[in-house]
Structure formats: C-alpha cells, structure tokens
Design a protein around this ligand. Structure first.
Ligand SMILES: [Zn+2]
Length: 120
C-alpha cells in the first residue's frame, strides 16, 4: 500500500495566528489552517453514551469496550472566526446543532425539567 501526500499552496502565504479562546483545545492560534475561515476554536468534547438509540452501525446500542460504534451525543464549544461562541450538541460526529449560550441554558433547563418528570 502506498500513501500519497498532497501539498496545498496558499496564494496569500500562511494564515496569521489568531488569539485562541481560553478553552480552545489547541491553543496555538491555528496557524496550520489553510484558510482564515478554518481557524475555529474548539473545546474538548463532553460525551454521553446514548443507550436508547441504535448504535452508529445500526445494531443495538450497548457499551462495549472494543467498539466505537456506540451512539453518543457530545457537547462542545465552537467559535468560528468573526462569530460569537456557540454551544454545540452533536450526534456521533454526524451533525451538530449550534446554540447561543442563552439558548443552551434554556435547553438545559428543559432537559432537566423533563428528566425530573420522567423519573417520577
Ligand atoms: Zn483556538
């Protein structure tokens, strides 16, 4: 098996580093990004296994030590260049929904309220 590397030349030279957010998991200014629009600050993910959903590969969702096919939700912060920080809720690296911090608080309160009702 051979590997191929692709070198992408930037017309304007290297992107200038940005000032990362204190929670950015990279924290290096993202100067390796190809374009300034790629210079997102991302937080670490908080991952929640979703045992009531099908696994990512379509089978039953269970915790298995050797599988990464378990359905999961993840919560993380994203700050795109020129935008405000958003709280994101993702599903298994397939999609994410962005919330403003206020919207995230409303969602969190609704989840807690519904969870408390469901537990009764
Ligand atoms: Zn950053």
């Amino acid at each position: 098996m051979t590997s191929t590397s692709v070198r992408v030349e930037r017309a304007d030279g290297a992107v200038k580093p940005i000032v990362c957010q204190p929670w950015c998991r990279e924290g290096d200014g993202h100067q390796d990004a190809l374009f300034a629009s790629d210079q997102h600050c991302w937080s670490e993910d908080r991952v929640i296994a979703l045992t009531m959903n099908e696994s990512i590969d379509g089978g039953p969702a269970t915790w298995r030590d050797t599988s990464d096919a378990i359905a999961y939700a993840m919560v993380f912060l994203d700050r795109a260049p020129g935008e405000s920080t958003s709280v994101c809720v993702g599903y298994a690296d397939r999609f994410a929904i962005k919330f403003t911090p206020t919207e995230a608080c409303l969602l969190a309160a609704a989840l807690l309220a519904m969870a408390h009702v469901a537990e009764q």
